[in-house]
Design a protein around this ligand. Sequence first.
Ligand SMILES: *Cc1c(COP(=O)(O)O)cnc(C)c1O
Length: 479
Amino acid sequence: MNKPKILFPSKASSSKEMHDYIYSKKLKDIDWKKGKAFCLVYYPGDDRAKLIKEIYDLYFSDNALNPTATPSLAELEAETVSMCADLFNGDENVRGNLTTGGTESILLAVKTARDWARKHKPNINKPNVVLPVSAHPAFMKAFHYFNIDFIPVELGIDYRADAKAMRNAINKDTIMLVGSAPSYPHGLLDPISEIAAIAKEKNILCHVDACIGGFMLPFIKKLGYPISEFDFFIDGVTSISTDIHKYGYSSKGSSVILYKNAEIRKFQFSIYTKWNGGVYGSPTMTGTRAGGSIAGAWAALNAIGMDGYLEMANATMEATNKLKAAIKSIKELNIIGEPDMSIIAFYSNKLDVFKLADILNKKGWHFERQQLPASLHFTLNYIHRLVIDDFIKDLIESVELAKKFSIDSFANNLQTKTVKGLSKILPSGTIAKFKKSGSASPIKKENTAAMYGMLGALSGTDDLEEIVLDFLDKINSVK
Ligand SMILES: *Cc1c(COP(=O)(O)O)cnc(C)c1O
């Protein structure tokens, strides 16, 4: 039997040893501090980050699990929830909690809906949720965890949720509708008023996923951008998720789940009264709750404030508008829909966007590759005001280069089509095995265009699931 590759440390390391080791590793990571990443990280600048971190550090070891032990954290949490309720046009009845992220907020919203329906709609046997196909996969995770069916509904031609189609998808077992504010893939606000009105009419719940937009939409609306209502201003909205660790610019590990009132939130809580350890009540999914994240969330709202968020949102939108104009002026690229805030996705009928992505990656830029349709996704934040002109220059250059690869991408297309054809005729699992045994690792740094083309072709198949499971296993193991 071989031992694991990295052994348990036999003694303490020095600060220098650890720093050297970490810094050498960290060189491989995206350089978000230089604005190179249009995804994953949101940075409010050194001064604001320092202040938020100071407050976070005060609670580095504290555990918010038992509010009688750390009443200060319970208060900071309740205050943060109240500030968010205010931001989203809620009244004093709104209740909520801080969570570790958008996913936990969504898991809780779905679990709450399930348990709400058990009480209020006892005739439902197998509950389902109706949502647009652009809704975040955190929902599918929740449905899987909590054994709930879901009915995904195609988008309208404007790439927003199609409220009419959602209405038609509802059946007697539907317990909740979902809309995004905005959707992550395309940055488009779903017609929340219409969706919420349907939910109210049908006497079911309506969740608004404002994970990415919650700390942008209210501010850019104030700045004069045309943003339709999406929050508790609308009567039928019963819960909202919003991530402070995205455009709230707090430390990672903080999101908010809000409910219209205490009666709904009660279905979120977990209680066990017969344990030897005493009566156990816990508001969210985790047991131990990181004090730092709660204090950090509170600190972000207070360290930045309305004026700070307005300033950052304004700068972010100025950078976004520049990028939008640049993309519109490049005739090979088409923006998907009419983005409402600082997320832009584009596709192309004239060049292979994944080839373009490879070229931009080589220039040090990071962003997301998307499918259905094949597109590139850019989430801009405050930091991008400093680099957007450089990026636009590189984008224009890279488009010219990508056009030269038309023959290459033709080969990719051919490969994609072949794979697509094969996946239809070969027994399920064959292509996954073929991929595994081949030399091509799931993620190749240099030329990913062919691979992404293939993944797109396999979307929704068992083969792709196997490839991704294998990839997750590899990436979550020591090299
Ligand atoms: C990021 C995001 C989520 C998930 O949030 P995590 O913090 O990554 O768990 C859910 N919905 C939308 C729209 C998002 O942008």
